[in-house]
Design a protein. Structure first.
Length: 336
């Protein structure tokens, strides 16, 4: 039985990522009231007819934003860039849960500092990780096999055939510049163009990857304490395209360390989302929303505070959960 009716405001709700989030929520939670907001609400008219029990609204974050215009809201999902931090600050001030989809490691400090001066009465989730935290959740699941993790190298492959919206386009541009990495135990802010590395793809070809300062890097450091961690952005032919299907979005994970058995190993895993980047991100955000609101029979999540995907979503069954969304996970183990 579904819990009490929830009212969810998705800002950027009819874009590539936002529309996928809305569909996932509707598939699992029929009574949720969805408000899909943005600068061009007419663009969402076909989507709200498809979803039912949904409406569009005009929101321009560069203008004034009055939450009272939308009635009681249980969750705000920010599926666009919010450089002024309007949505999170509004959520904090009104005791409303909030999930933000897009921010790099150097962009979250204003909210962290604000939280030290304000009481937070509902979960505020930083999910600017790659694919809404799915990559980090898989790494956390895999790292449980290790007694010691020394190195984690991860990468997200963008296939130019994958249709993405402006949110992802801005993320793609973001790798050109400085990136946060961990190297030999030190935190470094490096120039992406000067720190490329070769990455082996599924077909044994290689492409250059460039480090990007996603939140995955400090998250993975927190639960593995690995001395070397980096996330790289790569461009190439995806697994889906190579099979003559639609472009997939592929995540490459390599973990080096000592297994619980005492054996040294490098564990390589490929996560492939056949429906592309936007759908994979939406699945990550959906899992967070599910935990916050108690969707699909979940117990309602803990009290207010700042959260990351990996401490609000369980990683224990993440592989089977991903499979349920049609996402493939392939593991390769090589003893070093």
């Amino acid at each position: 039985m579904e819990s009490n009716k929830k009212r969810i405001l998705i800002v950027g709700g009819y874009g590539q990522v936002g529309s996928n989030i809305a569909r996932l929520i509707r598939n699992e939670h029929r009574t949720a009231e969805l408000i899909l907001a943005g600068r061009n609400p007419q663009s969402g008219e076909m989507l709200i007819k498809e979803l039912t029990n949904a409406e569009t609204a005009y929101i321009n974050l560069d203008e004034s934003f009055d939450l009272s215009d939308f009635g009681k809201i249980d969750l705000i999902i920010s599926a666009l860039d919010d450089h002024r931090n309007v949505l999170r600050e509004t959520a904090l001030s009104n005791g409303i849960s909030c999930i933000s989809v897009s921010e790099l490691a150097d962009q979250i400090s204003p909210m962290v500092f604000l939280s030290l001066h304000k009481r937070i009465s509902a979960p505020i989730v930083f999910s600017g990780h790659w694919q809404g935290g799915l990559l980090t959740l898989v790494v956390k699941h895999l790292s449980a096999r290790f007694s010691r993790v020394d190195k984690v190298e991860i990468a997200g492959l963008y296939d130019p055939k994958d249709p993405v919206g402006p949110l992802v386009t801005e993320e793609v541009k973001g790798f050109v510049g400085k990136a946060l990495i961990r190297q030999d135990g030190s935190w470094l802010s490096v120039e992406s163009r000067d720190h490329a590395r070769l990455i082996d793809l599924h077909d044994h070809s290689q492409v250059l990857g460039y480090p990007m300062g996603t939140l995955d890097v400090p998250s993975i450091a927190a639960f593995t304490d690995a001395s070397n961690i980096r996330f790289d952005f790569i461009v190439g032919e995806s697994i889906g395209s190579s099979k003559g299907l639609g472009a997939s979005h592929d995540l490459y994970i390599e973990i080096e360390g000592t297994l619980l058995s005492g054996e040294r190993t490098k564990l390589r895993t490929i996560v492939s989302g056949p429906r592309g980047n936007s759908h994979l991100t939406a699945v990550g955000i959906y899992l967070i929303a599910e935990s916050i609101l108690g969707l699909k029979g979940q117990s309602v999540q803990k009290a207010g505070g700042l959260y990351l995907p990996e401490n609000i979503v369980s990683s224990d069954d993440i592989i089977s959960r991903l499979s349920g969304f049609g996402i493939n996970v392939v593991e390769e183990i090589g003893i070093s």
